[in-house]
Design a protein around this ligand. Structure first.
Ligand code: ADP
Ligand code: MG
Length: 297
């Protein structure tokens, strides 16, 4: 198991930031740690990386007890903190050399990491000359210098423009091919674009912990259909995967289905089999975004 968090609670004086949080991550998974501001995401990440201690619970990274052996565990972890502190007066390569020296990393890794995060053309520039997106790449390069097995990225895409956002997401996906990645975000679409799994946290408690494929399976699909004549409601119940049936107007129906399959063809076949003609048909799927809003509101 790459990450194992067991019943972790954390209070800041009277403020309860985490309340009995448990989850695990398998090797090679990309997990979106999703929650609104103040949910406890950064707190969980700081505990996972051994920078702060919980009041209760246990944390293991690559089966190493982080609370007992923080330094050993940190060798397995690449961490990009929320407000990534960079020495912006330094040159990119110089900064990475400096980081490599602090963490006693083999110097050959510097060029490998520069290439991996796509900084080859910027390596000779000062960090403050770079856009926010490229500064994030510098942070990512620093986080992977010691070739860690687990990457913990705290809101790596916050504050990026739409193009940079896409690029950094691609980079995270790429890094996720060889590492376990836990990254926090408050954007559901980001989870859909990048992750295998989502953990939704709110007010220090986990509300959802699911594979994305499984979550999609529970998505409701609604088809609004108008036939050329009246249909018996009982007949509509014979449609496969049908969840709810609502008569909108005389010959118009809202049909909802619990499936990942596109049900429009089935509705069309149903019409043909029952000598009906379809005058209008449209489909809406309930997005994960809507689901997230529903869960966290
Ligand atoms: P997130 O990263 O999801 O926005 P945080 O982990 O930063 O959430 O914060 C969780 C809760 O703990 C919030 O209510 C926040 O105000 C509080 N908190 C975070 N850090 C501290 C701190 N150092 N001292 C006191 N309260 C804190
Ligand atoms: Mg945070």
């Amino acid at each position: 198991m790459s990450i194992r968090v067991a019943s972790v609670s954390k209070n800041y004086k009277t403020q309860k930031a985490l309340n009995a949080v448990s989850f695990t991550a398998e090797k090679g998974q990309i997990i979106g740690f999703l929650g609104p501001n103040g949910a406890g995401k950064s707190t969980m990440m700081k505990i996972l990386t051994g920078y702060i201690k919980p009041n209760e619970g246990n944390v293991f990274v690559d089966d190493i007890d982080v609370l007992k052996y923080a330094i050993l565990a940190q060798k397995k972890i690449g961490y990009l903190p929320e407000h990534n502190p960079l020495y912006t007066e330094m040159y990119v390569r110089e900064y990475l050399q400096f980081q490599a020296a602090i963490f006693k990393v083999d110097k050959s890794q510097i060029e490998v990491c520069i290439k991996k995060v796509g900084l080859s053309l910027e390596a000779g520039k000062k960090i403050h000359q770079l856009s926010k997106g490229y500064q994030q790449r510098v942070g990512l390069a620093a986080a992977i210098l010691h070739n860690p097995e687990v990457l913990i990225l705290d809101e790596p895409t916050t504050g990026l423009d739409p193009n940079q956002l896409v690029e950094i997401r691609e980079l995270i996906k790429d890094l996720g091919k060889e590492k376990t990645v836990l990254f926090s975000t408050h954007i559901m679409q980001e989870v859909e674009a990048v992750c295998d799994r989502v953990i939704i946290i709110k007010k220090g408690q986990i509300l959802v912990d699911k594979e994305l494929a499984e979550l999609n399976k529970n998505n409701l699909q609604t088809i609004t259909v108008t036939f050329n004549k009246a249909v018996n409601e009982g007949l509509l119940t014979t449609l496969p995967n049908i969840a709810t049936i609502e008569n909108k107007t005389k010959n118009s129906w809202n049909l909802s289905f619990k499936t990942t399959e596109d049900m429009r063809e089935q509705v069309f076949d149903f019409a043909v089999q029952n000598q009906l003609k379809i005058l209008e048909l449209s489909m809406q799927t309930k997005s994960l975004e809507a689901l997230f809003r529903e869960i966290t509101n």
